[in-house]
Every structure is written in structure tokens, then in C-alpha cells.
Design a protein around this ligand. Structure first.
Ligand code: CUK
Ligand code: CUA
Length: 612
């Protein structure tokens, strides 16, 4: 291994174009690259092919956050084919998310969210295949997705917080999910202290991964960004900028160092158990004061406005990127105990601080002791060696150009003990000239990099709908989704409750219209290619609840119901039960039909709602 930086990707033409793009980012006018009429001319490496031939399956599941779309996406890797969009905080007509009574009970009237970070539940340092968790930065929520069915099953409102950003689950067992609030706000936020930002606060929140209930919160100095846990269940960590406590950009960039905040979970749990928490406003969640000087936290100084914290697969090091400093700080997790006991200064936990490029953000790992850091302003991925950095040697192995302005990066299985060093995904914020132009709002460009050899090789560009922030690449053997629902699933409790109340014995064969005052309950099934009711009659002004069961048991045979002019549209997959409730305001005939192509006579799968 040599210490030289690999220059093979820096040909002259490429350099000129990149210099322009870099300058434009500094000047805040990124996005004008195509005005120069530049044509992509890079010759891509051809080996490590991402091609998955027709009929073959991918080796990995990719879990992508969907950013301001509010969803989570599933891709196959290495093909980068999009397999599914799982609605979480957003409206989605295909699945009826935002329409069905179940989804409405979770969304509580909100139809937008901002998902940044998706992480899966763990057992013994690797994925247990049970759940995915994702944050909503817009409305301070955490959602859970069931991976047996790839559906959202819980959404938790996080009290006292705004800008819930970094999240990370426990890595030793299914226990907790830790959530950082990025914005500081008055505590409680009820009209007090509005013009006194010094009194604002940000909270680190612990949510029970099994019940999704909020267990406790710890108030910190500064505001937090990304989150990571260790592998032993002892610590959670948050990179923290704005140690200044400012409210404007200039104020937030005043200091040369901010922090990595480390939370001592054992001490926090003990204090909560001993009843030491206080409550804020109307929330019942116990809160501890973890600001400077508390036994619950340490603040490790990190240059400068750090962004991103990632723990390597050995569990020994946390890597915290500088963002406004060209460095990454390597924190030795073994030293945290001494820092908590006051035997060493927190800063002594930093065992190396190599320069990796301008604007470092996030770091992923292979199985050979190497780290891959995304460098936003330089538009490169820097490969560097952890052991060399700790030994004080030049750790840089290669800098690979990406296109353009990478935010998150991740490697296959990088956030587990079983990192496998096969692929890196670079989630680039600007695509500029890489795809056919589609108007002023552009897709993003996500680039697949083969990291199996000594040199990284760029092998694939993928346009994605804006804006994924983060992604996981998970060995497919760890995920075991089912193909058909069980009609007894707890998800259908509401519909079973209605059936019981109105004496419906079997939802799979139901064909009943039951009036209860001005509320009409319509129980029907779908079996390709027909509904069990080809018509039902209601009165103008009624409220109608349709309870639809897909009685087919055949894999991939979905139905659904769309009621013309009533904004009702939802799907039911095999053996699934769902319901939706709506008002009928106008007399007339309204066709309902099955919106999922289910049969040669799918178009005939319809009926009439007659409103008299
Ligand atoms: S943040 Cu987006 S690039 Cu929300 Cu993970 Cu760093
Ligand atoms: Cu059922 Cu189309």
C-alpha cells in the first residue's frame, strides 16, 4: 500500500469543469453548470458491474430516505432499481396512505414530512430484519416500518422538540431509538422566552423501539445533528454545532470548535429510574439536564460545526466530520469511560484528526479497516485508512470524483459488525449535466462505487427523485418479507372491531350494508375480478365507511377501491383488510372500481354507489 493520493480521475478537462462547479458552490450559485453547454465526457470504469440481468435478483436491499417526499424507498443494489416507495409521512394514493382509517390514525391530519435517516433494528451488532426507523425533521416525529410487510406501523410525536434530525437505534438488541433535535426552542414552547434565545434548548430523546413510546429526554447545550450508538449499548452520540447558541448563520459559525456530545446511557437510565427527571409543559416525559457539568454527558471539542458521526464496524472508533474544517476527528470509544470519570479531558478521546478534503460530512467503512468520507465542497469521496490515521501517518489512499456535491455516503453493511466492503453509494445533491434536463428542479444523482479492490471505481449513475439524504445497503438474506397478510394481523383491529359490533362473521365473505343512524357501514370483499357488492345505496349527507377485504390468497394479486368524485382510493394486497370513511354530499350515481390491475376483467371489477 502506498501513501500517494491517486490522481487518475483528475484529467485536465474534468478538472476545469469541476473547478467551475466548486467555485459556483462557494458563490452560492450552484446549478448553472449546464449553462456552459458542458457534456459529460468522463470515461467510467467498467469492472465491478452493477448489471443484474433480467430475471436475476439483487444481492442487497437498499433503504433510502425520501427527504421532503416524506417516504422511504427500497432499491435493489447493485442494479439501483427502485422496488418500492413506502409511504410514511406522505400521502400516497396507490396504497391509500392518508386515506385509510389506519393511516389516518397515525398521520393525525398531517400529510407532509421530511425523512433524512433510515436505520434498521439490530441484534448483536447486525440487522435483525424486524423494523426500519425513520425521522421526520419537519414535525419532530419518529416512524417505524415493519419489514415483514414493508409498511409503516407506528408514528411517535416527540414532545418539546423541533427539527428531529439524526436518529440511531441500539445496536446490541431491540431496545431504543435515540433522536436528536436540531433546533433549539423555548422549553416549553408556549409563548415564553421567545426573544431570549439563550433560554432555548435542544433535547436528545430516547424512544422505546418495541412500544414506540417516549422514555426520556436529556437537554443539551448547542443543537444536535447526526446520531450514532456504540455497539455495546453504553453510549449514544450526537454531533453538535452552534455551541454559540446563535440564531443567525453568522452567530452559529463564531467558534472554531463545537462538540461531539456523548450520552452515558447507564447513568441516564439510573437517574430516570430514581425519579430525577422533571417534566416540561404538558408533556409527561421525564427530562434530565445534560448541559455542561452534568454526569450524563461529555462534550468532546471537534472542529468546526461538525456534521456526521459514524461508528466503525469494530466498534472502537467514532468518526466525526468537520464540515467547516477539512478534518475528521477519530474518537476512541474505549476512552469515553475515563472522560466520564474525569480522569481525562474529553478532548483526549480524539486520537487522530486527519485532513480528508474540504467540506467532509459522512463516513462509511469496509471490512479492511478503511473509511470512506463524503466531501461536499470538493465533490470527492476520500478513502483513508483508520490504523494509519491513529499511527499519525498519512492515511489517504484515494480521492474519487463524484458528480456532484455529495451529502451522505454509505457502504454495504457499513453500520454493522459485518461490513463487507463491496459497494459504496454516494448520494449527490446536484446532478447538473449527468442526465437529460427536466426543467429547473432536477433529480439527484446517486453513484454506485465498487470498493472491492484497492481502488474505488465509479460504476453507475442513478437519477433519484429528490431528496434522499441517507441510505443503507443491507444483505438481502437478513430481510424476509412475507407475501400474503394474515387476516388476524393486529393492524386490522379497527375493522375487526366494526365487524364484531355489526355481527359480521367473516370479512372474507362479507357483503353487507349496515345503517347506524346517518353512518353507513359497507362491508365487502374483492375476489378477482369482482366485489362482493355490485351496488349499495346511501342517502345524501350520510357518512360512509367502506371496509374492504382482499379475499384472494394469490401472491401479487392486489385489489383496491376508488370511489369516483369522493377522493377515496386505496389498495388492499392479498388477505389485507382496510377501511376508509367519507361523507356523501351529492345525490347521483358514483361508480367505484378496482384501481389495481388484477385480472383480464379488471376493468369490469366495479359497482355503483347510489346516493338518493
Ligand atoms: S443530513 Cu442530509 S447530508 Cu439530514 Cu444526514 Cu448530512
Ligand atoms: Cu381487482 Cu383490479
Amino acid at each position: 500500500m502506498t501513501d500517494e493520493i491517486d490522481d487518475q480521475d483528475h484529467n485536465t478537462e474534468n478538472e476545469q469543469r469541476r473547478s467551475f462547479l466548486k467555485a459556483s458552490v462557494f458563490a452560492g450559485i450552484a446549478g448553472t453548470g449546464s449553462a456552459l453547454g458542458l457534456v459529460p465526457t468522463l470515461a467510467h470504469a467498467k469492472s465491478g458491474s452493477p448489471h443484474v440481468p433480467p430475471g436475476d435478483l439483487d444481492d442487497y436491499y437498499g433503504f433510502w430516505s425520501g427527504g421532503h417526499s416524506g417516504e422511504v424507498r427500497v432499491l435493489g443494489i447493485p442494479s439501483a432499481r427502485e422496488l418500492k416507495r413506502i409511504p410514511v409521512f406522505n400521502y400516497d394514493a396507490a396504497y391509500g396512505w392518508g386515506t385509510t382509517n389506519f393511516s389516518k390514525s397515525l398521520l393525525k391530519g398531517k400529510l407532509s414530512g421530511d425523512t433524512h435517516h433510515v436505520h434498521l433494528s439490530y441484534k448483536n451488532g447486525t440487522y435483525d430484519g424486524k423494523y426500519a426507523f425513520v425521522n421526520d425533521k419537519a414535525q419532530a416525529r419518529l416512524a417505524r416500518i415493519r419489514l415483514d410487510m414493508f409498511v409503516t406501523d407506528k408514528i411517535t410525536d416527540i414532545p418539546n422538540c423541533q427539527g428531529t434530525h439524526g436518529i440511531f437505534p441500539s445496536r446490541n438488541k431491540l431496545d431504543a431509538v435515540y433522536c436528536n433535535s436540531e433546533f433549539r426552542n423555548p422549553l416549553p414552547n408556549d409563548g415564553r422566552d421567545m426573544d431570549d434565545p439563550k433560554k432555548y434548548g435542544a433535547l436528545h430523546t430516547c424512544i422505546d423501539a418495541k412500544t414506540m413510546e417516549v422514555r426520556w429526554q436529556v437537554q443539551v447545550d448547542g443543537n444536535m445533528d447526526l446520531c450514532a450508538t456504540d455497539y455495546d449499548g453504553k453510549y449514544s452520540m450526537a454531533c453538535s454545532y452552534n455551541s454559540e447558541g446563535g440564531t443567525t448563520l453568522a452567530e452559529m459559525m463564531g467558534k472554531d470548535r463545537d462538540w461531539l456530545v456523548v450520552f452515558n446511557l447507564e447513568r441516564i437510565e439510573a437517574a430516570i429510574k430514581a425519579g430525577k427527571g422533571h417534566t416540561i409543559g404538558g408533556s409527561q416525559v421525564p427530562v434530565l439536564d445534560g448541559r455542561h457539568g452534568s454526569p450524563y454527558t461529555i462534550y468532546i471539542p471537534i472542529p468546526k460545526s461538525p456534521h456526521g458521526v459514524n461508528v466503525d464496524p469494530t466498534g472502537r472508533y467514532a468518526v466525526c466530520a468537520g464540515k467547516l474544517s477539512p478534518t475528521v476527528s477519530l474518537v476512541d470509544i474505549k476512552k469515553l469511560k475515563d472522560a466520564f470519570n474525569g480522569r481525562i479531558k474529553p478532548r483526549k478521546c480524539v486520537v487522530a484528526e486527519p485532513e480528508v478534503g474540504i467540506g467532509p460530512l459522512h463516513t462509511a467503512f469496509d471490512d479492511r479497516g478503511n473509511a470512506y468520507t463524503s466531501i461536499f465542497i470538493d465533490s470527492v469521496v476520500t478513502k483513508w485508512n483508520i490504523a494509519k490515521a491513529v499511527a499519525g501517518k498519512n492515511p489517504i489512499i484515494q480521492k474519487l470524483d463524484i458528480h456532484y456535491q455529495v451529502g451522505h455516503i454509505n457502504a454495504s453493511m457499513s453500520e454493522t459488525k459485518n461490513a463487507d466492503g463491496k459497494w459504496v453509494i454516494s448520494l449527490n445533491k446536484f446532478s447538473k449535466d449527468r442526465f437529460l434536463p427536466v426543467g429547473p428542479f432536477r433529480n439527484e444523482n446517486e453513484q454506485l462505487i465498487d470498493i472491492s479492490g484497492r481502488k474505488m471505481k465509479l460504476v453507475h449513475d442513478t437519477a433519484t427523485h429528490p431528496e434522499p439524504h441517507d441510505a443503507l445497503i443491507v444483505n438481502r438474506n437478513l430481510i424476509r418479507p412475507k407475501k400474503v397478510w394474515s387476516m388476524n394481523d393486529e393492524r386490522f383491529a379497527f375493522e375487526h372491531g366494526l365487524a364484531k359490533r355489526y355481527g359480521i362473521k367473516d370479512l372474507a365473505t362479507a357483503a353487507n350494508v349496515i345503517r347506524d343512524g346517518t353512518h353507513v357501514y359497507v362491508f365487502m370483499n374483492g375476489i378477482a375480478p369482482s366485489f362482493s357488492l355490485t351496488e349499495f345505496r346511501v342517502k345524501q349527507g350520510d357518512t360512509v365507511t367502506i371496509i374492504l377485504t382482499n379475499a384472494d390468497k394469490v401472491e401479487d394479486l392486489s385489489h383496491g377501491i376508488c370511489v369516483s368524485h369522493h377522493d377515496i382510493n386505496f389498495g388492499v394486497s392479498p388477505q389485507e383488510i382496510a377501511s376508509a370513511t367519507f361523507k356523501v354530499n351529492n345525490k347521483g350515481v358514483f361508480w367505484y372500481y378496482c384501481p389495481w390491475f388484477c385480472h383480464a376483467l379488471h376493468l369490469e371489477m366495479r359497482g355503483r354507489m347510489i346516493v338518493g
